[in-house]
Design a binder for this molecule. Structure first.
Ligand SMILES: [Cu+2]
Length: 68
């Protein structure tokens, strides 16, 4: 089990939080997604077959790229 926290500057409202949580939680292997409007961060818990690369690619594809 891997936990990652990403900085996502494009999070601007509750709708963004909802979109990110919906999209990322659809990935096989992801067990938890907690996005924060206030912190502009998302904390994701996952196991294979999900991967950091896959999660980052999906965030970029839905217009919430990870900073840094
Ligand atoms: Cu928004």
């Amino acid at each position: 089990m891997t936990t990652v926290t990403y900085s996502i500057p494009n999070i601007s409202c509750g709708h963004c939080v909802h979109t990110i949580q919906n999209e990322i939680s659809d990935l096989e292997g992801v067990s938890s997604v907690a996005a924060s409007q206030e912190k502009k961060q998302a904390t994701i818990i996952f196991d294979p077959p999900a991967s950091e690369a896959q999660i980052k690619n999906l965030l970029a594809a839905i217009n919430y790229p990870v900073a840094g």
